[in-house]
Design a protein around this ligand. Sequence first.
Ligand code: HEM
Length: 155
Amino acid sequence: MQTVLILHNILRWGVLIFGLWALIGAISGVASKRPYSASDNRSSLLFMIFCDIQLLFGLLLFFLNSWLDKIKTNGMGATMKNAYDRFFTVEHAAMMLIALVFVHIGRASAKRATTSAAKHKKTLIFFGIALLIIFISIPWPFRNEIARPLFRWFN
Ligand code: HEM
């Protein structure tokens, strides 16, 4: 599970980089009214793929790295009273799942849109909301009670 945790930590940077790349592309697309390009499609696809891999690793961590056992052993009430346990068992997982729904709806509706302007606009709105949720749900080192390191590496 340590390997999965390291990968989940590192891949967060992939999520943020490709998410920002797609978002900046959408902002420039809306502003300059340029056509939706293959590069726009690529950044959006990579953002979605990295999010989906994070979901897989996150589920593995949740079910196999003692978080579910914690709820079973201590009960939901006690888990919710502890800020650290509440964050990783409920808040982080739930918020990231909501963000992933926005990513998937955003990509699907941009694909369905018939004009470049509409494709950029859908990407901007849905990915913008998703990235905001992802950003505030990451256990950054400056978040006292739930702080996690910016990087982990294999020993
Ligand atoms: C874009 C999506 C996601 C991002 C960017 C993300 C990011 C992170 C980061 C940076 C950590 C701290 C890693 C460390 O301590 O080095 C973490 C921990 C964790 N994440 Fe996620 N996560 C995402 C989605 C999910 C999802 C969907 C779930 C569950 C369904 C999940 C479950 C967890 C759990 C259980 C931990 C604690 C791991 C442990 O210490 O055992 N994550 N996540």
